[in-house]
Each structure stands twice: as C-alpha cells, then as structure tokens.
Design a protein around this ligand. Structure first.
Ligand code: DOR
Ligand code: ZN
Ligand code: ZN
Length: 355
C-alpha cells in the first residue's frame, strides 16, 4: 500500500487522567498533554479523581493554575460529583465541563454508592453539560433512572456491550444520553489479559472475545471514542499488594484505528465523528480555529513502548498492529509537532465550556 497523508480535525478526548496534582510520578500536565499531541489530540478533558479530588473551587483553580504555561494541547477539566461538592456546582458551571460521578469503586476516593447521595447530585446539577457516570454493568440502569427523574443529560463512560440496549432504549424514550467506548475494550480481550498480567487490568475489565465482537458490531450506537488514558507506573502496576486499575491510551488510538479502517472495520468518516464532531458538540467544547492533524497511513507496524511521551512509558497495546502515524499537528495555525518532535514551547490553553 502506498502511504498517504490524511488531514483530520484535531482529535478530542473528554476522558483522560493526567494525575496532577497527587500522582505526578505517573503523569503530569506537561507529559500528559505531550502524549495527547503526539497522539493527534488537540483538546482533552481531565478527570477529577486526583489526590486531592477536584470537588471544590479551590482544587479546580489549583489545577487551572498548575496547567497554565505548561500544556501542549488545550485542556479542560471535569468536576467530581459527591455530597461535599454539591455546594460548589453553581460556581463551576462556566469553568468545568462534565460532572463525573463514580457509581462503582475504582482509582481514587470519589465513590458514590449511596442512593440518597446519587439523588442529591443529580437533583442539584443545574447545567446542560453531561453527568458522566462510571457505572459498570447494571449500575447503568440506576444512572438512567436518575437522569430521567431529574431530566439531566447523561454520558455513560467506557460502555460494555451489555449496556447498549438500555442506552438505546433510553435514547428512544427521549433522554439526552450519550456514551463512549475505549480502545482497550475494542482492541484487547480477556485472552490478552493472560499475557498482559497486571498491565491488562482496568475498570471496567477487559471483555470476553464474544463481548468484544459484539462491541464492534454495535459501534454505530456509540457516540464517541474516549481513551480513559489512566497511566500508572510499571512499579505500581506490578505491586501485588495493591494492583492499580487503568492503562494509558492517548498515543495509540490513531495507529490502532487506522489499522481497523484499512481492514474495513470502521470508516474514516465515522472515526472523525467519534473523535471530534460528537464529543465537541455534546461537551460544548470551544472551536479550535486553524487546527488540524496530518496522519500518514503506513504499512502495518508493531506498536512498541519506545518513543512514548506519557510519563508511565508503557502501553498495553505493545505488539498489536497499527497503520498510521502522526506526521504533523497544527494548533491555531502553528505547527507544534512534526515527525516525532515538539516544536517550540507549550502552546496549549486552559479551556472552558461554551455556555
Ligand atoms: O481503569 C481505570 N482507571 N478505570 C477508572 O475508572 C479510573 C482509572 C484511573 O483513574 O486509574
Ligand atoms: Zn471510569
Ligand atoms: Zn477514567
């Protein structure tokens, strides 16, 4: 196959964990936004499950201050929903994007498992930006019920195929509901988990081969691709006493999906919808004028953990085939990344929603 240059809008990811503050041995705003740009992402939203969590005005402002002048891609913040954070909702509508509610246990201390607390959060969120739920398996039904009761926009993170019929049903019944799929659930399965060991552990867990196939078949029901970029150091991943959930993903989405495109598993048009058009609309992200990415299509190559910009410096997709490389990234008219090199100082901006 002859290599071709393909121009795409800058990719958008509404679900990344950049780990600053509190986990900068895994990632920080500089390294995480470098990984974003190197992966073709020009606009990303950071999650709130830090130490301390992003659940009040002070912690949100602290993140904004820490990010200024150090970020390579544009960066916005999602806010954490729990009983203590409700009083800050009115103060953050213009500063943060989605409200993230952890309905099941995962990394961090933001678990909201009491129904009264969930009710209060859904009731007092007075923004048209989505409530983003980490709701595994049937927990999604509870989230849908709450969104219906309180008439809120709902975004289901990292869906699994068992959840798609409930989501489609709710959508048909008029609920404003969106959902995202993660590359690790599409490109890896439980068979890989055997080889990967702790590096294949994340929440929700990898799917069976049958579930993975179903997810590909039902891709037309999914609004967007989110990486759930969740770096941990190798030391933390191999720590037998407290294994960590999560895998990095910003730098591998384009090669993996370009391979899938070349195989006819998804169209380029759909990939663009799922990585820029849909997330931009649903999360009211600001426009990025004069911003694009040039991808060079390539012969299939084995993904490696060399030359990654994420501080954790490994990928669960090692040895899988990719077929596209980021040739160039242009942000607001300026080439910021070319042939594996960053050009000039960080050009990213802290962004706020178009509300
Ligand atoms: O695997 C995961 N890692 N799932 C989550 O929900 C959180 C994330 C993290 O922050 O490590
Ligand atoms: Zn999650
Ligand atoms: Zn996450």
């Amino acid at each position: 196959m002859k290599s071709q240059l393909v121009k795409l809008p800058g990719l958008v990811d509404v679900h990344v964990h950049l780990r600053e503050p509190g986990g900068t041995q895994k990632e920080d705003f500089a390294s995480g936004t470098k990984a974003a740009i190197a992966g073709g992402y020009t606009q990303i939203l950071d999650m709130p499950n830090n130490t301390p969590p992003t659940i009040d005005l002070k912690s949100l402002k602290n993140k904004i201050d820490l990010a200024k002048g150090r970020i390579y891609s544009d960066l916005g913040f999602n806010f954490g929903g729990n009983a203590q954070s409700i009083e800050y909702f009115p103060k953050i509508y213009k500063k943060a994007f989605g409200l993230k509610v952890y309905m099941n246990q995962t990394t961090g201390t933001l678990l909201v498992d009491k129904n009264e607390e969930r009710e209060m959060i859904f009731k007092y969120w007075k923004s048209d930006l989505p409530i983003m739920v980490h709701a595994e398996g049937e927990t999604v039904e509870i989230a849908i019920k709450l969104a219906r009761k309180f008439k809120k926009r709902l975004h289901v993170c990292h869906i699994t195929p068992d959840q798609l019929s409930s989501i489609s049903k709710a959508r048909k019944a008029g609920l404003k509901i969106s959902c995202e799929v993660c590359p690790h659930h599409l490109f890896l399965n439980q068979k890989d988990e055997k080889k990967l060991g702790p590096l294949g552990i994340m929440k929700p867990h990898l799917l069976t081969e049958i579930e993975q196939k179903k997810l590909w078949q039902d891709l037309d029901k999914v609004d967007m691709i989110s990486t759930d970029h969740a770096p941990h150091t190798l030391e933390e991943k191999y720590d037998q006493t407290a294994p960590k959930f999560g895998v990095p993903g910003l730098e591998t989405t384009v090669p993996l999906f370009f391979e899938a495109i070349s195989k006819g598993k998804i169209t380029l048009k759909r990939f663009i919808e799922m990585t820029s058009k849909n997330p931009k609309t649903i999360f009211k992200l600001p426009k990025q004028p004069q911003t694009h990415v040039i991808i060079e299509t390539t012969e299939p190559f084995k993904i490696s953990s060399l030359n990654l910009f994420t501080k954790c410096n490994w990928t669960p997709f090692k040895n899988l085939y990719g077929a596209g490389k980021i040739k160039k990234v242009v942000l607001r008219g300026k080439t910021v990344f070319k042939d594996g090199q960053f050009i000039d100082k960080p050009q990213g901006k802290v962004i706020t929603p178009n509300v």
